[in-house]
Design a protein around this ligand. Structure first.
Ligand SMILES: Cc1cc2nc3c(=O)[nH]c(=O)nc-3n(C[C@H](O)[C@H](O)[C@H](O)COP(=O)(O)OP(=O)(O)OC[C@H]3O[C@@H](n4cnc5c(N)ncnc54)[C@H](O)[C@@H]3O)c2cc1C
Length: 359
């Protein structure tokens, strides 16, 4: 069997490792960050299809212990006028921390090297070096190094990335009172003029995730420290429904994340020679789609299937790309449509409200 190196231990790298494990295919993962830094961050909405893939590699009862199913999506204006309501079918919410830990538990420690930043070798095509300049002994490189993949940029030099006209502040807070009050609803408030939202969802009995989406041309917050961000948010959300202003007031901002979102103008091929891309490194998806995790899981599952079925690696990569790319293009299209809706004032938005892209 070919030697496989997986670069990046985020959701897609760890999902890939789980599928390879399941099929008894040997591999090694290289991750540039420290183990403890990996699980930090935000949370995910995962639609039913993603849960089906996750249940192939993680025990469902463990998943349920660490997150919760959301029952309804309720959309309000910023002052609290209810605009729409929709039942959710098996949409799950979980923190990144929990999902990373669950995906990592099936991987034996000797199969992951942390603090190893992998770079392509300048002189030899398809070869990679570790942080200390040593060649990685691999026949196949599965790249899962995220949306701003350096390895992808090195292979496809003329690609064009652009910042999306939306930034996102995400925070996870412990507050049982608020968690009880929102039950299992996914609540989202929208400014009547568009371009500013505040979403709240429950991750566990005493933990909620809140996020705010900004039109970054109207709201220029990129350079702010967490203390300044709090002041800024208190200011722009001051006249909003009391639930929003009280959450902003009560939150601890030490671990708030401010995301600038990027997309590729045009997708690259998903493989070149012995190198294949999965997850955000193959196809950055904007957060509006809520499809990043599900797509990473599907990439991993389908790539593994073809690596098992096909003797020839190029054939496996070609079949993987042919199966995955058309679906990703649908999510990119839907994500752009959701972004345009977000920028419009509420009276111009269509009634298709769900912030999830379905194919
Ligand atoms: C604000 C926000 C909200 C989102 N909400 C959702 C949601 O609700 N639902 C959903 O499904 N998706 C959501 N997403 C998308 C989701 O986060 C991503 O699709 C998913 O995390 C992709 O995982 P990944 O493993 O491909 O990339 P990443 O999570 O970026 O992981 C890449 C890993 O590679 C490592 N790495 C990078 N370079 C190297 C190198 N040279 N050598 C070794 N290691 C390297 C990095 O340290 C990192 O650990 C959201 C994204 C954002 C920004």
């Amino acid at each position: 069997m070919n030697k496989i190196a997986v670069v990046g231990a985020g959701i897609s790298g760890l999902s890939m490792a789980n599928y390879l494990e399941k099929n008894q295919i040997d591999y090694h993962i290289y991750e540039r960050r420290k183990k403890d830094d990996l699980a930090a961050g935000h949370g995910f909405l995962i639609p039913q299809e993603g849960m089906e893939y996750l249940s192939q590699i993680i025990d469902c009862s463990q998943l349920l212990e660490h997150g919760s199913f959301l029952k309804k999506y309720i959309q309000y204006s910023h002052t609290g006028k209810m605009l729409a309501e929709k039942e959710l079918e098996n949409v799950f919410a979980i923190s990144r921390h929990s999902l990373i830990n669950l995906l990592a538990q099936n991987i034996s420690p000797e199969k992951i090297s942390y603090e190893e930043c992998i770079t392509p070798c300048k002189t030899e095509k398809g070869r990679f070096k570790s942080s200390d300049g040593i060649y990685i002994d691999t026949d196949i490189a599965i790249i899962s190094d995220g949306s701003k993949s350096r390895i992808r940029r090195d292979l496809f030099k003329d690609e064009k990335m652009r910042q999306v006209r939306e930034s996102e502040a995400v925070n996870i807070i412990h507050n049982k009172e608020i968690a009880d009050s929102i039950e299992n609803d996914f609540i989202k408030f929208h400014h009547e003029e568009g371009g500013l939202t505040f979403g709240i969802l429950k991750l566990s009995h005493d933990t909620i995730l809140w996020y705010s989406q900004f039109d970054n041309e109207k709201y220029k917050i990129n350079e702010y420290s967490s203390e300044d961000l709090k002041k800024y948010m208190l200011d722009i959300f001051a006249e909003w429904h009391p639930l929003v202003s009280s959450i902003i007031q009560k939150s601890n901002y030490e671990s708030v994340h401010l995301w600038c979102v990027y997309e590729l103008e045009k997708l690259n091929p998903f493989y070149k020679d012995n190198v294949v891309f999965i997850g955000d490194s193959a196809h950055p998806l904007i957060p509006f789609t809520s499809q990043g995790v599900t797509s990473a899981l599907k990439d991993s599952s389908i790539l593994t299937k073809y690596l098992v079925e096909e003797d020839n690696t190029t054939t496996a990569f070609r079949k993987y790309e042919a199966e995955r790319k058309p679906e990703i293009e649908v999510h990119i299209h839907n994500g752009r449509a959701l972004l345009s809706q977000f920028l419009l004032s509420l009276d111009q938005q269509s009634s298709n409200i769900l912030p999830i892209s379905y194919k």
